[in-house]
Structures are given as C-alpha cells and as structure tokens.
Design a protein around this ligand. Structure first.
Ligand SMILES: [Zn+2]
Length: 491
C-alpha cells in the first residue's frame, strides 16, 4: 500500500509538472491567434471610432464594447463598477479670459509674463514664499494659505518631459500641504516662451474634477520686475492675483473594470491589475488628407492585450485574482488611472502588481520593451515569457524620455504597487516611431501581425507566470518606490 502510494504520488507529480510547464504555452498559442486579436483591434481603431477622444460619444461606444466582452466572458462586476463601469468625474476647462498677478505693486501681465496651467475664477492676496526649486527639503513645513514661488521643474530635471513631470509632482505635493497655489518660473525654457503661451494658454484641458475652486498653478517666464528680485532676496513678499472668465464643463467618462477570482484559497486575496488605456486623442490636424488619429498602436493595441488576457484567464483562472481595467483619459494626463488609484475597487494593499499594456509603437520586432523591467522582481517571469515566443524582454531604451511616468503604471507605482508597462519593441524615438506616434497614420492596416501575435502571447504568458507564481512581485531593493510600497503593504 505504502509503496503503491509513493509511486502514485511520484507519477502525479510528474504529470502535474508536465501539465504546468507545457500546457500554458501550447494553450496560449491555440487561444491567441491573428484572428483573435485583429478583429477587436480593427473595431477599436476604425475611422468610425474617430480616435476615441475622452468625453466623446465614440469613447462611450468603445467602453460598451469592452464591457460586452467582459459580460460575455462572465467576469465579475466589482462594487462601485456596476455593469463594469466605474464613473470618472472629469472637467474640461476652456482657456481663461484674463488674469493678473502682482508681486508687491509690480504687475505681471497674463500671457506676456505668465499663464494659468490650472485655475478658475478667483481672487487671492497674501504672502508669497520663494522656495528655490521647491524640492521636499526646500519647502517649509507650514505653507497653508501661502503662494509658493519656485523655479520650474527640479534641479535634476533636464529636457521637457522631466521638467513637466517634476512640475506636476511638485504641484500635487504643494496642493496637498494646503498652499494657496504654485507659481513656477522658467530659468531655461524648453521652448521659447511664446510657444508655451500658444500651446498651454490657448487650448482647453481636461482634469479630474476637484471639490471647490481649483488650486491655481501658474507658469511664468523669468522676469526682471522688481518684485521678483525682492522675492528672491527676501524669500517672502506680499502678492495677489485674480483670474476671470474661466469656463468649465463636466466630462462624463468611465473606466471599464471586471474581475476573475483566483483559484487558490489564500492567494486569491492578492490581485493583479491588468490595465490598458482605451482612449486616444480624437480628431485633429489633417495630415495627408486624414484627420482621424486612430490610435491603433496607442492604445487599441494594449486594450486588445488586456481583453485577450481576460479571455485566456476566463478559461484558465490563475491562483491569484485578476482585475481587468480599461482606462479612460490617459492622453489627457493619466486621468483614468489616477482616478482608479484614488478610488480603487479592491484595496490597493490587496493589489500586488499592475501589468499595464501601452506603447508608442515599435521599431524593433525582436523585443517586447518593458518599461520598468528591472524595477520589480517580475523581471524573471517576463523575460521567460518573452523567450517562450522568440522575443527578448528589453529594458527602457530611452530613460531620458521618462516613459515610466508617462503611462498608467505610474499612478500605481506612486501608491507603492509594483508596476510595469509592457510595450511593443522600441529602440529609439526615430522616424519610424514618429511616423505613427500620435499621427493619423496610426492605423490597423500598418500593423505587423506576425510580430503582434508573438507580443500578445508573451503578454498573456507573463501574466500567467506572475498570477500563478509562488511570490507576488516586489520592488527591486533601492527603487524610488520601494519605501512607499513597504508602507502600503504593512498597513
Ligand atoms: Zn498610450
């Protein structure tokens, strides 16, 4: 009896090893074919979808399409997302009419000296405080009700993208500390000042709706007005400003969310988020007789990756639970993911990983470019999954572009959740990328499906390995987000 039992056990182990090693790759090959991915991609990136702009009727059609897919698969609805829809409250602000900013009695003029990045009709007067670059150590502890004036970006930031993201980070920090607002002035401008004015003060913008009047964020060019000189010398000065003629309208939009429950009684409490933004930039400037920015690569492609994973995991539910998340408003500033991270439908401390699928296009078909690959312990699984389908897992080739903080994974990382972005193969932002990146030419007809099928299979397999692995991914030691991650999961 005992001997027999031993043999039986051994043979079971053998069978189960063979099953777990061979089966997923073969099954993924069977379930992820060109037809499976080309059909939904063609729908989402069709001209009739008019570039899926946030707030558009067509983005609602895309949301319904994704929700129908979830429904057909039998994904669970989460409380707060009935019929799979999580409402996201955004607001569209039109260019403001007039504004004035005074330092002592020196008047700074709207557009000539400064523009309003964020702000609505209001008047303010009080103390302005100069804080250098406005890094954490430079900003005083009590800034409640004060106007903070700093050099734009951060000391370390070089290039447009880094300045923009440092600026956004600083604004959020200063707003959270209760300041009256933030004014940043450019000592070196990434573009000439008139170009900044033309771009940022002449176009409408979309943001998350705030309770009460918006905390203002002003951008200013470095000026020689006496008030600025005094402020830099004295660090404090009285000032005032007013904004008039601002107009805002609500933008109704939604994330689409569904869940597959894990099969393991314990690990099912750990959730992996598979996310992809389904919005794009809509209809814009006509180029080569085409004004529809289809966004096939960006990001119908990622949306289909997420939908394909949902289809696979419905048939093969993994040990951990998976949340499938189609995000709105990414192109307006990662808004859908910012909303989800602030209003998670499963507590973030039970969310162990965000596997985002988004990219700028591809110019290297030997790799899947994984933004943040080396930043989490999922690197091994992702590399293995890519290799199974003849691809290499490539690290971010253009760190100076700050891509990690330009996709939805960033809003999870900021909260401490290990996160990566699985993008198509990128070697540089060359002419091949720019031909399609945010262009009307980004259409399904120009995609290479032999490559994409391998990319999608690797994507599904990487998620399979992570969702079934013995340990949830963690931040690489010393990573920028390691500490916030520790704080999140120790709560
Ligand atoms: Zn994108």
């Amino acid at each position: 009896m005992k001997t027999f039992f031993l043999i039986f056990t051994v043979s079971v182990v053998c069978v189960s090893t063979t099953f777990s090693q061979k089966k997923p790759v073969a099954e993924i090959e069977k379930m992820v074919t060109r037809l499976d991915v080309e059909a939904p991609l063609t729908f989402l990136a069709a001209d009739e979808m008019r570039g899926r702009d946030t707030g558009s009727h067509e983005l609602d059609i895309a949301a319904n399409y994704i929700a129908s897919h979830f429904q057909q698969l039998g994904l669970r609805e989460l409380p707060g997302a009935e019929r799979y829809f999580q409402k996201v409250d955004l607001v569209k602000s039109f260019p403001i009419g007039a504004a004035e900013f005074k330092l002592n009695e020196d008047v700074l003029k709207f557009k000539e000296h400064f523009i309003v990045m964020v702000g609505s009709n209001q008047e303010w007067s009080g103390e302005c405080v100069y804080v250098g670059y406005g890094s954490v150590s430079e900003v005083p502890a009590d800034i409640k009700g004060k106007m903070i004036i700093s050099i734009a970006g951060s000391k370390e930031a070089v290039g447009v993208q880094q300045i923009f993201s440092a600026s956004a980070e600083k604004f959020n920090r200063i707003k959270a500390a209760g300041a009256a607002g933030l004014v940043e002035y450019f000592v070196t401008t990434p573009f000439p000042w008139p170009a900044i004015v033309n771009y940022f003060a002449s176009n409408s913008s979309v943001a998350i709706k705030s309770d009460g009047p918006a905390v203002p964020h002003l951008w200013m060019k470095d000026t020689e007005v006496a008030g600025m000189r005094e402020l830099k010398e004295q660090k404090k000065i009285n000032g005032s400003f007013s904004i008039q003629g601002s107009k805002q309208v609500a933008v109704l939009t939604r994330n689409v969310v569904g869940k597959i429950e894990g099969t393991d009684p314990i690990l099912k409490n750990e959730h992996i988020v598979i996310s992809a933004h389904y919005d794009h930039v809509g209809v814009g400037v006509k180029k080569d007789q085409d004004s529809i920015y289809n966004g096939a690569r960006d990001n119908a492609l990622g949306t289909v990756g997420m939908m394909t994973a949902a289809r696979f995991f419905t048939k093969y539910p993994p040990k951990r639970s998976i949340i499938f998340l189609a995000l709105t408003g990414e192109e307006k500033g990662l808004l859908g993911s910012a909303w989800y991270a602030d209003h998670p439908l499963v507590p973030l401390r039970q969310t162990v990983f965000d596997f985002d699928c988004d990219g700028a296009g591809y110019n290297d078909k030997t790799v899947a470019t994984v933004i943040g690959l080396e930043r989490t312990s999922a690197e091994g699984d992702i590399t293995k999954a890519c290799e199974a389908f003849g691809l290499k897992a490539g690290r971010d080739p253009v760190p100076e572009q700050n891509l990690y903080e330009r996709s939805d994974n960033y809003n999870f990382a900021k909260k401490g959740v290990p996160a990566i972005d699985f993008a198509t193969g990128l070697k540089s932002f060359d002419a091949e990328i720019m031909k399609y990146y945010h262009q009307p030419a980004d259409e399904v007809g120009s995609l290479d499906f032999d490559y994409l099928v391998r990319y999608y299979r690797a994507f599904v397999y990487a998620n399979y390995l992570i969702a079934n692995g013995p340990k949830a991914p963690s931040w690489t030691a010393g990573d920028k987000y390691e500490q916030v991650g520790k704080a999140l999961y120790q709560k």
